[in-house]
Design a protein around this ligand. Structure first.
Ligand code: NAP
Length: 243
C-alpha cells in the first residue's frame, strides 16, 4: 500500500499516465496529476483519484521547460507535501524518416521525452534524498531498446531514458532511492490510435495490444516496498514483441 506517500505522475491527463495516477491513488497515494494543456481531462482524473479518499491536484506544466518544472514541483510541495514517488511518463511522437526529419521534430521529442524526465528528476531529487527513501519510474519504450524505423527522434529519446535511469539509479542508491524504467510495446492509447492493424502490431507474440492498466500495475509494483531491491532495471511490457 502507498498510504501517506505523495506521488507525481507526468502526462497523467490520459493514457498510461492516467492509469498510473489512478492505480497509485487506489493504493492510497496522494497524487499530483501533471499534463501539458488538457486541464479538463486532468481535473477529471483528479476527481476520480479523490474518490479513493486521497488528496489529488492537477498541474499544467510543460516538462521540457526547466524553470516551469521547478515552479510546479515547488507548488506540489506546498499543496501536497514533499514527493516520495516520481513517474516520468509524459511523452510525444513526431515520426518521420530520418532523411527528411525536421530539426524541430527531433528537438521537441528529445526535449519533452528525455530532458523532461531530467527536469523532473533534477527538481524532485532533493526531496527524495532528504527522505532517504524514494522511487523514480521512467517510461521508456521498446523503440528505445530495438530502434524503430521512422522514429529516430523517439527511439533516441527512449534509449536516452534508459541511460538516464541507470545513471540515476547508481547515483541515488546510497540514499535508498530506486530508479527503474518500464519499456512498453504497443499499448492502446491516443498515441497508438489506428495502429491496431499495423504490420508491427501483428507481430506481437501475445496477439493483442497492451492496456494502460497493465502498465499501471507494473508501475505500482515498482513504487512499492515489495520491489525495494530492484534498481537500474528496464522491464519490457510488450506481449513479447521485443523478445
Ligand atoms: P498519450 O495518450 O498521447 O498521452 C500523453 C500524455 O503526455 C498526456 O497527458 C499529455 O498531456 C502529456 N504531455 C505531452 N507533452 C507534454 C509536455 N510537454 N509536458 C507535460 N506533459 C506532456 O500517451 P501514452 O500512449 O499514454 O504514452 C505515455 C508514455 O508512454 C509516453 O512517454 C510514451 O512515449 C510511452 N509509451 C507509450 C506506448 C504506447 O503504445 N502507447 C508505447 C511505449 C511507450 P496533454 O493531455 O495535456 O496533452
Amino acid at each position: 500500500m502507498l498510504n501517506g506517500k505523495i506521488a507525481v505522475v507526468t502526462g497523467a491527463s490520459r493514457g498510461i499516465g492516467k492509469a498510473i495516477a489512478l492505480k497509485l491513488a487506489s493504493l492510497g497515494a496522494d497524487v499530483a496529476v501533471i499534463c501539458a494543456s488538457n486541464k479538463d481531462k486532468a481535473e477529471a482524473v483528479v476527481l476520480e483519484a479523490r474518490a479513493y479518499g486521497v488528496r489529488a491536484e492537477a498541474f499544467l506544466c510543460d516538462v521540457s521547460d526547466f524553470n516551469a518544472v521547478g515552479d510546479t514541483v515547488k507548488a506540489i510541495k506546498e499543496q501536497l507535501g514533499p514527493v516520495d514517488i516520481l513517474v516520468n511518463n509524459a511523452g510525444i511522437t513526431r515520426d518521420g524518416l530520418v532523411m527528411s526529419m525536421k530539426e524541430e521534430a527531433f528537438d521537441s521529442v528529445i526535449d519533452i521525452n528525455l530532458k523532461g524526465a531530467f527536469n523532473m528528476i533534477r527538481h524532485c531529487t532533493p526531496m527524495l534524498i532528504k527522505k532517504r527513501c524514494g522511487k523514480i519510474v521512467n517510461i521508456s519504450s521498446i523503440s528505445g531498446i530495438m530502434g524503430n524505423a521512422g522514429q529516430a527522434n523517439y527511439s533516441a529519446s527512449k534509449a536516452g531514458i534508459i541511460g538516464l535511469t541507470k545513471a540515476v539509479a547508481r547515483e541515488l542508491a546510497g540514499r535508498n532511492v530506486c530508479c527503474n524504467a518500464i519499456a512498453p510495446g504497443f499499448i492502446e492509447t491516443d498515441m497508438t490510435q489506428g495502429m491496431e492493424d499495423s504490420a508491427f502490431a501483428q507481430q506481437i507474440p501475445l496477439k493483442r495490444m497492451g492496456k494502460a492498466e497493465e502498465v499501471a500495475e507494473l508501475a505500482a509494483f515498482l513504487v512499492q516496498d515489495i520491489s525495494g531491491y530492484i534498481t537500474g532495471e528496464v522491464i519490457r511490457i510488450d506481449g513479447g514483441l521485443a523478445i
